[in-house]
Ligand binder design. Structure first.
Ligand SMILES: [Fe+2]
Ligand SMILES: [Fe+2]
Length: 170
């Protein structure tokens, strides 16, 4: 694998690990504020991000590349409320989508066509991730002034993920 491209794949691995930590930190905030449904949803999300990092690591290794983990910044730990938390999650997912898009372009530029199917899969996944988080932000914004509705939404979130997992290929 082209060395510059390999460095970019390592950057993506770091971003997936940063995503995992961002969600773990959000889960801690949610748990501390008694949003137990959200906390469970965020922990599952963190788990998925760890899997993404592993998939990219395996891919680099399969291509006879070198994996290098880096130091990571501390994730955001304070949020004004639940809608602010999910808005931050949405912004983060958009950043990941941009990064994978750039990795796709860099792979094309390096004529590394073997990377494209994996990246296409991740771009598809990002469409789903952004859509599900964006729906939650919208719903929370709708009921922001009604604590009982926010609580209901919170309790419903883990089931929503189960329905997603059963309904789609994953
Ligand atoms: Fe990810
Ligand atoms: Fe994600």
């Amino acid at each position: 694998m082209d060395e510059k491209l390999q460095a970019r794949f390592n950057d993506q691995i770091a971003l997936e690990h940063a995503s995992e930590r961002a969600y773990l930190q959000m889960a801690a905030w949610a748990e501390a504020h008694d949003y137990t449904g959200t906390a469970a949803w965020l922990r599952d999300q963190a788990h998925e991000e760890a899997e993404h990092a592993q998939i990219f690591m395996d891919f680099v290794l399969d291509r006879d590349g070198e994996v290098r983990l880096t130091a990571l910044e501390a994730p955001q730990a304070e949020f004004d409320d639940l809608v602010a938390l999910f808005s931050a999650a949405l912004e983060h997912e958009k950043k990941v989508t941009t990064s994978i898009g750039e990795l796709y372009a860099a792979s094309q530029e390096a004529r590394d066509y073997s990377s494209l199917p994996l990246l296409t899969r991740f771009l598809d996944e990002q469409v789903e991730e952004e859509a599900s988080v964006s729906t939650i932000v919208g719903e929370l914004a709708m009921v922001a002034d009604d604590p009982s509705a926010v609580l209901m939404l919170d309790r419903e979130l883990p089931g929503r993920r189960d329905a997603q997992d059963n309904g789609s290929s994953g």
